[in-house]
Design a binder for this molecule. Structure first.
Ligand SMILES: [Zn+2]
Length: 148
């Protein structure tokens, strides 16, 4: 959990998303990176993180907005191909860490929180639907190219 002051941190000093964390990077270019969230309940849970410390989608110029959304949708497409989830949740919150990022979460009727959001109280033990990270990485490379 970031310090409360992170909410008032326009420069990104102390922001955990401004630097690469321990999560595996599946794809990246100069503008954004796709990482595995490392959630034990949701092995396919990915985050798409804008590299620069930007707060809102509307702080990006139109070309950058389109690029970020294209990457988010490529992750959704790859997860659908590999896992055939019942639903894909796309979420951009950033209330705790105001650094632009999207959550891309494959959902299943037997997961721990369905049909609630993954941040809601758990409803059942849940089945973690396994995913081949190397296959996801290869699919993103095919969809997005090698990046810059
Ligand atoms: Zn940041």
């Amino acid at each position: 959990m970031p310090a409360a002051g992170a909410m008032l941190d326009p420069a990104g000093d102390g922001c955990p998303l401004c630097r690469a964390g321990p999560e595996p990077v599946l794809w990246q270019d100069a503008r954004c990176r796709v990482v595995l969230a490392g959630d034990v309940d949701y092995p396919g849970f990915c985050r798409v993180i804008w590299q620069a410390h930007v707060r809102e989608m509307t702080d990006l110029d139109p070309a950058d907005r389109s690029h970020l959304l294209a990457v988010v949708l490529a992750v959704e497409a790859a997860l659908r191909e590999l896992l055939a989830p019942l639903k894909v949740n796309l979420a951009s919150l950033g209330n705790q860490v105001p650094h632009l990022h999207w959550h891309v979460i494959p959902r299943f009727a037997d997961d721990a929180h369905f049909p609630d959001a993954v941040w809601a109280p758990r409803r059942r033990p849940g089945i973690p639907h396994r995913m081949d990270a190397a296959a996801l990485q290869a699919r993103l490379l095919a969809l997005l190219g090698a990046g810059a």
